[in-house]
Design a binder for this molecule. Structure first.
Ligand code: BGC
Length: 763
């Protein structure tokens, strides 16, 4: 046969139709298994680790995020063009998207919106609000070309000194898990992914990369894993991020018990697991554990994985399994679907959401003689943080926002009048104090407040003469990488205490009031000075709209409806983990023993009758509510219990209320806290005299505790009490029901036991 151009073409057509195509399988067109089969060994080894972020040690690859598609993103996966595998982008973080706002040779800006931090959002107790914030964060993620946002963080606020508490939601796992699920749903409704983190027990920053958190199986199951379990089962986050720490001797990223047996087998999680950045030590163990992706990717990881394959301590099957999970994630992403992102998210729409969420997360702790809302417009606005307001924490949770509205500005724009000389004095003082500080070393360098500006007695006397009310802000900030201290952080400084007491005296002797605003990342002491204040309002770190949100609450446009998702103790030493945090007394503790067991937060204070400054669940409003007409569907429990109640606004202003349902269990063979939160809801805005009916459903798993001896969730027989109120102590209605015989709700694996003796607190 004469070879012509035409029959060469025909030959190729025939060749390819017989399946002898030259082209390698393509992700999305061919099956995942076919694509995996077509990968070279080198590709496989390199694919289970990411690309991105320069390691401070200099040992990480630079490609990817830094100069790549989205500068400032935390990392990406490996691009393999020949198999049609795009690199997907991951960026932080919980309070809004963290990317670089400016790019080389580009005049456009890429600012993201700074939303209130996790604790502020959680204080809303509003799942709808969480979804709305999630939708807005997810939209910015999508429009900036990011596929997965590394949020939310839902570790338990075990101790007020944890430097990352501001990113987390609560001391209670039910609150943490429920709110995390809502924000995940909101974010993922945009077709982008989340990473619930840090799985698990990353409850401190001190020695976070090496610390061994020694925790009983019961405390793990009921407190430290429970929030993750709720969030993961309800909202199916695209990814889970394992943590830095060890649990009972094993790094979480290397723990097959945690990442496969519990997460995948017991909880049926189908998504992908990533390490935290540079976490863990043994890369082969991470791969075997089912930690699918090693981030941000280090050169030595490939070497070690290759060695382990050669030594048969790791198999190709392990790699293939993890690659499959990464592929399943990639296929869902906007990058894979070729989404044409705009780089122009609607920042105005986000700002509106951030403002609403910020005001709803503010908590009114005290309001004597209706000091708030402010009826007078003439205020003496003092305290450094009134002018230099903290709006977010530092570290990976920091957001590069276009602007922030400090408190003074929001109040001024809302028509409050304050002396420009005071403002100037603060501006000058703060500028000078900051100019003496060393240059910030990087995002892990926490921006701490400068020393509080002083006012002499005679100056305060004059302020009291010229103004109607004093508003004094106390500021605190914290961040990733370090924990807080008791002195001059949890505790107020002598200067702050003196300013509060002298301002109080100057104003009160004239019949005028002092409002103290707490612009704080996490709990501080209030017990020592609260009598000096007429009103106390926690703003937390409220995001970029701080000042506007503050003005909304101060003016009465919004009635406060935030409630505490943690307990404010009388003294730091009362905190049940105080003796064991951040670990054995040592500069670099190796072990933190969770001797308080399940008695974390209100579970401790309420059970052991420890007086507190403000209890879990507490928060005032400008109006009052009654929670009435509790009814339960049966006095004998079988499978499901329907509970209903009615909330009535009994005051004169409109407002929202947080309705909380606690259960007190009999505790026959198992130690039980006095009560545990099992359900909550936030009402809509209720006008004066209006009411809303609330319905709750409880099932057996809500009544179960973890029985370590049997590795099972068990409901003991006996009498249970339903307690409904607007805090863990302010119970308006109770009813009881009976469980006639023991119910074993679920049997699970006997794993993650402490390797050393742990004597736990018991009733
Ligand atoms: C943090 C994570 C974060 C990651 C990527 C780590 O240092 O612990 O929360 O997502 O960095 O920036």
């Amino acid at each position: 046969m004469k070879i012509t151009k035409l029959n060469i073409k025909a030959f190729f057509l025939l060749f390819s139709s017989l399946g002898f195509s030259q082209q390698a399988p393509q992700l999305g067109k061919n099956s995942i298994q076919e694509v995996i089969a077509a990968m070279t060994l080198e590709e496989k080894i390199n694919f289970v680790k990411g690309i991105g972020m320069v390691a401070s040690t200099g040992d990480g690859p630079v490609a990817g995020s830094i100069e790549g598609k989205v500068p400032g993103a935390a990392g990406s996966t490996l691009l393999i063009e020949r198999l049609g595998i795009p690199a997907i982008i991951m960026a932080d973080g919980p309070a809004g998207l963290r990317i670089e706002p400016k790019r080389k040779n580009d005049t456009k800006t890429y600012y993201a919106s700074a939303f209130p931090v996790g604790t502020a959002l959680a204080s809303t107790w509003n799942t709808n609000m969480m979804k709305t914030v999630g939708k807005a964060i997810g939209k910015e993620t999508l429009e900036y070309g990011v596929d997965v946002i590394l949020a939310p963080g839902l570790n338990i606020q075990r101790n007020p000194l944890c430097g990352r508490n501001f990113e987390y939601f609560s001391e209670d796992p039910y609150v943490s898990g429920t709110l995390a699920a809502a924000i995940v749903e909101g974010i993922q409704s945009n077709g982008v992914g989340t990473s619930v983190k840090h799985f698990a027990a990353n409850n401190q920053e001190t020695s976070r990369n090496t610390i061994d958190e020694v925790i009983s199986q019961r405390a793990l199951r009921e407190i430290y894993l429970r929030g993750f379990e709720i969030a993961i089962k309800r909202s199916d986050p695209w990814t889970v991020m394992s943590s830095y720490n060890k649990i009972n001797g094993v790094y979480t990223s290397e723990s097959r018990d945690l990442l496969t047996t519990i997460l995948r087998d017991e909880w049926k999680y189908k998504g992908m697991v990533t390490t935290d950045w540079f976490a863990g030590r043994n890369y082969d163990k991470q791969v075997i554990a089912g930690n699918d992706l090693l981030m941000p990717g280090r050169i030595q990881e490939s070497k070690k994985i290759k060695e382990s394959l050669d030594n048969h301590t790791l198999t190709i099957k392990d790699l293939d399994r993890n690659i499959e999970k990464i592929f399943e994630l990639i296929i869902k992403t906007p990058t894979f679907k070729n989404y044409k992102y705009s780089d122009k998210p609607d920042l105005k729409a986000s700002a509106k959401v951030a403002r609403e969420a910020a005001s709803e997360g503010m908590i009114l702790l005290k309001n004597n003689a209706t000091a708030l809302p402010l009826v007078t417009k003439k205020i003496a606005l003092i305290g450094n943080a009134s002018y230099d307001t903290f709006v977010g924490g530092t570290g990976s949770g920091e957001v590069n926002k276009a602007y922030t509205i400090p408190f003074w500005q929001g109040l001024q724009e809302a028509g409050f009048i304050f002396d420009a000389r005071i403002k100037d004095a603060y501006f000058n003082y703060i500028q000078e104090a900051k100019s003496k500080l060393p240059k910030r070393a990087g995002i892990l360098d926490v921006i701490k407040p400068v020393e509080e500006k002083n006012w002499s007695d005679s100056e305060l006397e004059q302020l009291a003469q010229e103004n109607d009310t004093a508003v004094l802000t106390v500021g605190r900030n914290a961040g990733e990488g370090s924990d807080r201290k008791v002195d001059v952080d949890y505790e107020l400084s002598p200067k702050e205490l003196s300013l509060i007491s002298r301002t109080s005296k100057a104003f009160r002797t004239k019949g005028k009031k002092l409002v103290v605003v707490l612009n704080i990342d996490a709990l501080i002491d209030v017990a020592k000075w609260r009598d000096d204040a007429d009103a106390i309002l926690i703003s937390w770190l409220p995001g970029q709209e701080a000042g506007y949100a503050m003005a909304d609450v101060m003016s009465g446009k919004v009635s406060p409806s935030g409630h505490l998702t943690q307990t404010m103790p009388m003294y730091y030493d009362d905190v049940p983990s105080a003796k064991y945090f951040p670990g054995e007394p040592n500069e670099r503790p190796k072990v933190s023993s969770y001797e308080e067991g399940i008695y974390v937060g209100y579970r401790y204070y309420n059970t052991f009758n420890k007086p507190v400054a403000y209890e879990f669940g507490y928060g005032l409003s400008y109006t009052t509510f009654a929670i009435q007409k509790l009814s339960i569907s049966s006095k004998n429990f079988s499978e499901i219990l329907k509970i209903s109640t009615t909330v009535k606004n009994t005051g004169r202003r409109s407002g929202k209320e947080v309705v909380q349902l606690y259960i007190s269990a009999p505790g026959k063979s198992m130690d039980k806290p006095e009560s545990e939160l099992k359900r909550f809801t936030k009402t809509r805005i209720l006008e004066a005299k209006a009411s809303e009916k609330i319905n709750f459903l409880l099932n057996a798993s809500d009544l179960a505790s973890f029985d370590t001896r049997r590795s099972a969730w068990v409901v003991e027989p006996g009498t249970y009490t339903v307690k409904i109120g607007n805090s863990s102590k302010n119970i308006h209605q109770t009813a009881s029901f009976n469980v006639s015989q023991e119910i074993v709700v679920e049997k699970v694996n006997n794993i993650l036991a402490p390797q050393q003796v742990l004597v736990e607190l018991k009733k």
